[in-house]
Design a binder for this molecule. Structure first.
Ligand SMILES: C[S@@+](CC[C@H](N)C(=O)[O-])C[C@H]1O[C@@H](n2cnc3c(N)ncnc32)[C@H](O)[C@@H]1O
Length: 208
């Protein structure tokens, strides 16, 4: 299988974690997990996000389609999380398995038709009273200075990731980003926050 992250996985955190850490912390402020919760990270990448949740003594699960990203996550998390190689459009978990699901910077890079399948799978595996935290690029408006700098970095990164990736990113943006996607797929946004000069949004959602 083609792994678009094969050449990037080893340096992904060095390039992006400085920018991403603040978003992860903002997500934690939006939804603080309780001890013993079952938490799934969809598109867990190198495992940095799950690492942050380790201190809450939850049962951690991650799934990613990229073997190279997952290898970094396995080295980082060892036995403290169950990590699965697989497609988020077909989650290998039973119905209503998780108290909390998070997914960061993952939906925008999927093909348009895949996004709805993935959200439908998340809805299937989250508990009735559970929450889904989505973090992804925002459609603006962007703040002068900080916002436009951040937008430039995003555009360069998305373009450098290849044409297919860029097309998916563009589609995600022109379709209205996370709030539109959540509404279209029956997820109610219970809290929303817009960060990084208007370029990133965090949506805490629950199944309707
Ligand atoms: C930009 S990275 C973000 C990684 C991580 N969420 C983070 O915050 O650092 C996107 C991740 O989504 C994963 N991904 C993309 N499509 C996927 C799919 N259909 N199923 C599972 N993972 C997927 C990629 O392999 C990659 O690791």
């Amino acid at each position: 299988m083609n792994d678009p992250y094969a050449n990037v996985a080893g340096k992904y955190d060095r390039i992006f974690e400085n920018m991403n850490k603040g978003l992860r912390v903002a997500g934690l402020r939006m939804f603080r997990p309780s001890k013993g919760m079952d938490i799934l990270d969809v598109g867990c990448g190198t495992g940095s996000h799950l690492e942050l949740y380790r201190r809450y003594e939850c049962n951690l699960f991650g799934i990613d389609i990229s073997p190279s990203m997952l290898a970094v996550a396995r080295a980082r998390l060892g036995g403290s999380a169950r990590l699965d190689l697989g497609d988020a459009a077909n989650l290998p978990y039973e119905d209503r398995r998780f108290d909390f699901i998070l997914s960061m910077l993952t939906l925008h890079e999927m093909m348009p038709g895949t996004r709805s399948k993935v959200l439908s799978e998340m809805k299937r595996v989250v508990k009735g009273q559970g929450h889904i935290l989505l973090i992804d690029f925002h459609t603006g408006p962007y703040q002068p200075g900080k916002g436009w700098m951040s937008k430039l970095v995003i555009l360069v990164s998305e373009f450098a990731a290849g044409w297919e990736n860029f097309k998916n990113y563009r589609h995600f943006m022109v379709s209205g980003g996370l709030p539109k996607l959540a509404a279209l797929n029956g997820l109610r946004v219970v809290k929303q926050s817009i960060l990084a000069g208007g370029t990133i949004t965090l949506c805490l959602t629950s199944p309707e």
